[in-house]
Design a protein around this ligand. Structure first.
Ligand code: IPE
Ligand code: IPE
Ligand code: MG
Length: 236
């Protein structure tokens, strides 16, 4: 591990998928899969930091995931709280900064307070983790459009002057460069409403590994695959 000679992308995004199947294959409840998924996240976030990745964006809960059973949702929210509480205690040691992408208003007050505390901590850090919670790419774009329209209506923004760059400033990801690499483990080959705007020129790597099993070597493999791609951005 760590033997890839080429530098990693600045920004890696991951759809952390396959927790349910991992649990099912072991005869465990789905929540046990999410707990193992949280461990995989810790492992991979630490590894990203050691590689010098600047931004790691992870899909933890989508706007569509509310369709799951109350039991599973409560389990996931409980694990998120536990994770954030521990992350807050270790933030300086882990040299990580957090941002949250998504509509947090639907989360419990306790969870929102933890998100706020994590976001407001301003120590020095090596890696920024963007945690996508109640996140949907379409929802993000609609909110940005609404915010821009409201600014225009009160005379604070000029529709004629709107550019891709200024529009990006209304997204949850304002100020964060687009991910060069988007990874989806679990064997599914779809985007599931993740980073629709930001993914415009990302390289996609799909891996047949369930997220709780994901290891630093698997990230090395994804980065190596990324380096084999020829990124043309529409040029010849
Ligand atoms: C991803 O794993 C975690 C969340 C969506 C919260 P899944 O729970 O979707 O796992 P599978 O896809 O059912 O295996
Ligand atoms: C995407 O995975 C969302 C997260 C990983 C948080 P899903 O498991 O919800 O996506 P689908 O349902 O397979 O498209
Ligand atoms: Mg899934």
């Amino acid at each position: 591990m760590g033997d890839s000679v080429l530098p990693p992308p600045r920004h890696i995004a991951i759809i952390m998928d396959g927790n349910g199947r991992w649990a099912k294959s072991r005869g465990l409840p789905r929540t046990a899969g999410h707990a193992a998924g949280a461990e995989a996240f810790r492992r991979i976030a630490n590894y990203c930091r050691s590689l010098g990745v600047e931004y790691l964006t992870v899909y933890a809960f989508s706007t569509e995931n509310w369709r799951r059973s109350g039991e599973e949702i409560t389990g996931i929210m409980g694990l998120l709280e536990k994770y954030l509480r521990e992350a807050l205690a270790d933030m300086d040691k882990n040299r990580v900064r957090f941002r949250f992408f998504g509509d947090l208003s639907r989360l419990s007050e306790k969870l929102r307070a933890l998100c706020r505390d994590a976001e407001n901590r301003s120590g020095s850090y090596d890696v920024q983790v963007n945690f996508c919670l109640n996140y949907g790419g379409r929802d993000e774009i609609v909110r940005a459009a609404r915010a821009f329209a409201q600014a225009a209506a009160r005379g604070a923004a000029d529709p004629e002057a709107l550019t891709e760059e200024t529009f990006s400033g209304y997204l949850y990801s304002a100020g964060v460069p687009d991910p060069e690499l988007i990874i989806r483990p679990s064997g599914e080959k779809r985007i599931s409403n993740f980073l629709l705007w930001q993914a415009a020129y990302a390289e996609f790597v799909f891996q047949d590994i369930l997220w709780p099993d994901y290891q630093p070597e698997d990230l090395d493999a994804a980065i190596a695959e990324y380096h084999r791609r020829s990124r043309r951005f529409g040029g010849a």
